[in-house]
Ligand binder design. Structure first.
Ligand SMILES: [Zn+2]
Length: 209
């Protein structure tokens, strides 16, 4: 689905986003078993893994990082993740939070991101609590937030279920931080995207937390 011009949302178990500008950027890679489906969706857009400039990983959960090794096999794309999460993506360290012990094949993270940094057109918003090094990404040109699992929209807008959060309180603090930002559109790791007035909805949610 082309949500906004140059913003393609590929829904599998978790959301993958393709941003088409002068460079091609992918955000999150789905579960390993959905890789074929995501590759097919990209192929319909005439995009091959080797065309990608950057693959951002919002966090190390298997439904976001699972396809990464397959994508990287045929791609010179740089892998970018928050500095804290990078160790878990590469499996230099084994992630100790829920839901279970990691099994994805480790992939080296080329770009270690810091809060506030802009890389390939996206501003890093550090949103820990779901995992230790979770991040969301803000496309200021399009007024678009790619939340990852810092927010959930499966049953209305809310936090992620706490069984998946390493630190529920910190997760809520991250949502309150997102509520201070301005964006019209939001894409979530799980649940339908929100078009128009998205940051106002996040502000309403933050008041209830
Ligand atoms: Zn997650």
């Amino acid at each position: 689905m082309e949500l906004l011009k140059g913003v393609h949302v590929i829904e599998s178990y978790a959301t993958t986003t393709l941003l088409v500008d002068d460079r091609l950027v992918l955000v999150d890679t789905g579960v390993e078993d959905d890789t074929r489906m995501i590759l097919d969706a990209l192929a319909k857009l005439r995009v091959k893994p080797r065309d990608l400039a950057t693959i951002f990983i919002t966090h190390t959960h298997p439904d976001h990082v699972g396809g990464l090794a397959t994508f990287k096999r045929d791609s010179p794309a740089k892998v970018a993740a928050h500095r804290i999460e990078a160790e878990y993506v590469s499996r230099a360290r084994t992630y100790d939070g829920p839901p279970r012990v990691q099994r994805h094949p480790g992939t080296v993270v080329d770009v270690l991101l810091e809060d506030g940094q802009v890389y390939d057109g996206l501003r890093v918003i550090f949103t820990p609590g779901h995992t230790r090094g979770s991040m969301s990404l803000l496309d200021e040109t399009r007024s678009l937030l790619i939340a990852g699992d810092a927010l959930n929209n499966e049953h209305g807008l809310g936090p992620m279920d706490d069984q998946f959060n390493v630190d529920p309180q910190q997760h809520r603090a991250s949502i309150k931080r997102l509520a201070t930002l301005q964006f019209d559109t939001a894409i979530f790791g799980h649940g339908a995207p929100m078009k128009g007035g998205a940051s106002a909805r996040v502000t309403e949610l933050a008041k209830r937390l």
